[in-house]
Write a protein that binds this ligand. Structure first.
Ligand code: RB5
Length: 145
């Protein structure tokens, strides 16, 4: 799978672990930044990564900031993006099954590395269930201007 990944300084360290995991799992990724722990503004990396997913240049996106909240707010303003902020494995599974989320957000200052890795493995490995959930997602798309 081709994945767009990005973080701010608050998610930089966790992003290194997640990129190593993606390599281990055989996924291709592009790191949209940031590239150091210097303080920066998360919208500057969250929007380009989310927009690349919306253009279908990447199948999925993974965004990390301190809480995961800022990057998820950005991503969900991009048409075609359904971003899920996850702090547990069950949410990661259900958001793929029910919401067909194409972007995952996590908080580098909120969850531990092993939890984050388990979330990513589950989120990447779970299929959308379709059916009644298609109708609900269509209602979200209909609302996008
Ligand atoms: C940066 O200090 C912090 O505000 C950011 O990483 C994120 O948590 C925002 O939602």
């Amino acid at each position: 799978m081709k994945i767009a990944i990005a973080s701010d300084h608050g998610g930089f360290e966790l992003k290194q672990h997640i990129m190593a995991l993606l390599t281990e799992l055989g996924h291709e990724y592009t790191d949209f930044g940031c590239y150091s722990t210097d303080s920066m503004d998360y919208p500057d990396v969250a929007f380009p990564a989310a927009e690349a997913v919306a253009r279908n240049e990447y199948e999925r996106g993974i965004l990390i900031c301190g809480t995961g909240i800022g990057v998820s707010i950005c991503a969900n303003k991009v048409r075609g993006v359904r971003c899920a902020l996850c702090g547990d494995v069950l949410s990661a599974e259900l958001t793929r099954q029910h919401n067909d989320s194409n972007v995952l957000a996590m908080g580098g200052r909120i969850i531990g590395v092993e939890t984050a890795k388990a979330i990513v493995r589950t989120w990447l490995g779970t299929e959308f269930l379709g059916g009644r959930h298609e109708r609900r997602i269509a209602k979200i798309s209909d609302h996008e201007l």
